[in-house]
Design a binder for this molecule. Structure first.
Ligand code: FUL
Length: 484
């Protein structure tokens, strides 16, 4: 993929050329509009040429990632520790990283992200930066390393590994004394990114409060990003990182209209914050990519959404929530609202005090994995795998295997050529006429839509609105089993 700086001359080329796809004129991750007068339509068209980096593209293709919240809170029963917990409390009786990873891998998950340190500051690896770690716990006589055991299990199961490292640290005395704490945090990052092989995602939580000294910690984000980029060039930086965006809620709900190319600034500095304020946008905004917004914007970023949600009410394990594990039907809805809405699903499954996933959670994961493969392994269209360069108004028919009943469709764009579909509809041939089955706005990497069972010989897809010629890479139709 070529990375280009946008010059006024190139703008003219992209806007005037009738054969843009051949020109390969893409803007990897970021496009800054040049200082010339562009109409709103021209800016919208240019935004259709913003594409993911290779890391972002590989990340999107995973679709399913698992969050593992495990730490001192597992043993205190709290969701947020206060940093004064005695490390002696950490003592899993039957720690089994292999059980976590084999269950996840067998259920279709492609990556595991572990809370190496949560807000309480307790470190799950024997860090040199503080004694508030498992090295001070009785587990494995103080010589254990959760990060290492989990990473090794991931390697055995060909699963990617990511770390959650909370910037907010209620234990560190230096927290709030910005340069000192930034140095400590940088060292923790470097330890994690140096000693455990490949890391594919670094997750910086946005939660924070003032330090012991009453001062607000000023994080050195550029320094942290630079450490990640240099030590783990294949890792994406999420949430308070500038590659992957928080979807904006913790309920497992993506947006009906989800633009990965957005004016939202992924970097964090006063200038970037002010630009987001000027546009009145944040990760929680409903609109992050409309034409109206682009018309106002100075730059467009490939900043795709990740949907994080827990399989239980809490992020950490609490025995009293054993009866509150989400049902298969709830998890399937979450899947359709995340993966099915142009996002990656990051589903949290918290291990218990033994250091194992609870049997109910494991069963649910297996059910979800089976449901997804049962549905999507059975392609009902005979000609849905194709390359379709669709202009606004384009219509294409697809044949359903004779006699089959469908209730789900999948649309995919080749996002390496930008996200472009703005409006589409799917119709079925019912009693000699076309009847609308489903319709939507954005597609992006993947869009899934459900409707009532229908037995039809063919469907047709109408791409009614685009930002430029859309590169549709797949149309699928399926029958998703009914759940209560
Ligand atoms: C939030 C945290 O405060 C929760 O404890 C949890 O880690 C969640 C994923 O992010 O901001």
């Amino acid at each position: 993929m070529r990375k280009l700086l946008l010059t006024p001359c190139m703008v003219c080329f992209v806007l005037l050329s009738g054969c843009n796809q051949r020109a390969n004129t893409y803007f990897e991750k970021k496009l800054t509009f040049p200082d010339i007068l562009l109409t709103s339509d021209q800016k919208v068209k240019l935004s259709a040429y913003v594409v993911p980096t290779n890391n972002q593209y590989e990340w999107q293709r995973m679709e399913l990632a698992a969050f593992i919240h495990f730490g001192i809170n597992t043993f205190t029963g709290r969701e947020w520790g206060d940093g004064t917990e005695d490390p002696a409390l950490f003592n899993p009786t039957d720690f089994d990283a292999e059980q976590w990873v084999s269950t996840l891998q067998g259920s279709g998950f492609k990556m595991l992200i572990l809370t190496a340190k949560h807000h309480d500051g307790f470190c799950l690896w024997p860090t040199q930066t503080t004694s508030h770690s498992i090295a001070s716990s009785p587990w494995r006589n103080g010589s254990g390393d959760v990060v290492k055991e989990v990473k090794e299990a991931c390697d055995r199961y060909n699963m990617k590994f990511g770390i959650y490292l909370s910037p907010w640290d209620k234990n560190a005395k230096s927290y709030g004394d910005s340069p000192r704490y930034n140095a400590l945090f940088a060292q923790q990052l470097a330890e994690l990114l140096t000693n455990y092989g490949d890391i594919h995602e670094v997750w910086f939580d946005g939660a924070y409060d003032e330090g012991h000294n009453g001062k607000v910690q000023k994080y050195d984000w550029p320094r942290f990003y630079q450490i990640i980029d240099s030590l783990q060039p294949n890792a994406v930086k999420a949430i308070m990182g500038n590659d992957i965006r928080w979807v904006g809620n913790e309920d497992g709900l993506g947006r009906e209209t989800e633009w990965s190319a957005t004016p939202l600034q992924p970097d964090i500095s006063d200038t970037h914050i002010n630009e987001n304020l000027r546009l009145d946008i944040s990760p929680t905004a409903e609109d992050l990519g409309s034409r109206r917004l682009i018309a106002e914007a100075q730059s467009i970023h490939w900043y795709p959404s990740e949907v994080d949600v827990s399989i239980r009410p809490g992020w950490f394990y609490h025995p009293e929530e054993d009866e509150k594990v989400k049902t298969l039907s709830q998890l399937v809805d979450i899947y359709f609202h995340s993966v099915g809405m142009n996002s990656v699903l990051l589903l949290n499954i918290p291990p218990d005090k033994r250091g194992k996933l609870h049997e109910t959670d494991r069963q649910r994961l297996r059910q979800l994995g089976n449901y997804i493969s049962q549905t999507f392994d059975n392609e009902m269209l005979t000609n849905g795998n194709m390359e379709w360069k669709a202009r606004a108004g384009a219509i294409r028919e697809f044949n359903v295997i004779p006699g089959e009943t469908i209730n789900t469709v999948m649309l995919q764009e080749d996002i390496r050529k930008g996200q472009r579909v703005e409006e589409f509809a799917v119709e079925g041939w019912v009693d000699d006429e076309w009847i609308e089955l489903a319709s939507g706005s954005t597609v992006g990497y993947k869009r899934l839509l459900r409707f009532d069972d229908v037995t039809v010989p063919k469907i047709r897809v109408i791409i009614s609105g685009t930002r430029d010629i859309a590169n549709i890479s797949k149309i699928g139709a399926y029958h998703a089993p009914h759940l209560d």
